[in-house]
Design a protein around this ligand. Structure first.
Ligand code: MN
Length: 128
């Protein structure tokens, strides 16, 4: 069986490494981008099953890339999870309203990270 591909858009090298290690260990095929522009390119290369998206990103931020994805008629509706260190009150609601399918705050809980991703993937598969 082919491993589901996850695109991680994250500009912090330590977080990138951590997310990749956890997700690869959980059996996913991980591809990475470090800016909004790189994210656009990766999305053109291959459509992932899910995107893990940092919010503070060079080139416009995670919300910009999400809105571009949602407006792209050629891109299927794939789940996008916001990851942000800015865990302020109201943040989660703001990001969900912006169209994110989930929200994980940094520093991430390394034990529940992959479980959260798996749950959202499963939820999305059931919707189709
Ligand atoms: Mn960042």
């Amino acid at each position: 069986m082919q491993r589901p591909r996850i695109l991680v858009v994250e500009d912090d090298a330590r977080s990138q490494r951590l997310f990749r290690d956890i997700l690869e260990l959980a059996g996913y095929d991980v591809c990475q981008a470090r800016s909004v522009e790189e994210g656009r390119c990766r999305l053109r290369d291959a459509v992932p099953a899910l995107v893990v998206m940092d919010i503070q990103l060079p080139g416009g931020g995670g919300e910009l890339l999400l809105s571009e994805m949602r407006e792209d008629p050629l891109l299927p509706r794939i789940p996008v999870i916001a990851v942000t260190a800015f865990a302020m009150a109201g943040d989660r609601q703001r990001l969900i309203q912006a169209g994110f399918d989930g929200y994980i705050s940094k520093p991430i809980d390394t034990r529940s990270f992959a479980e959260t991703i798996a749950a959202i993937l499963e939820e999305h598969a059931n919707e189709r």
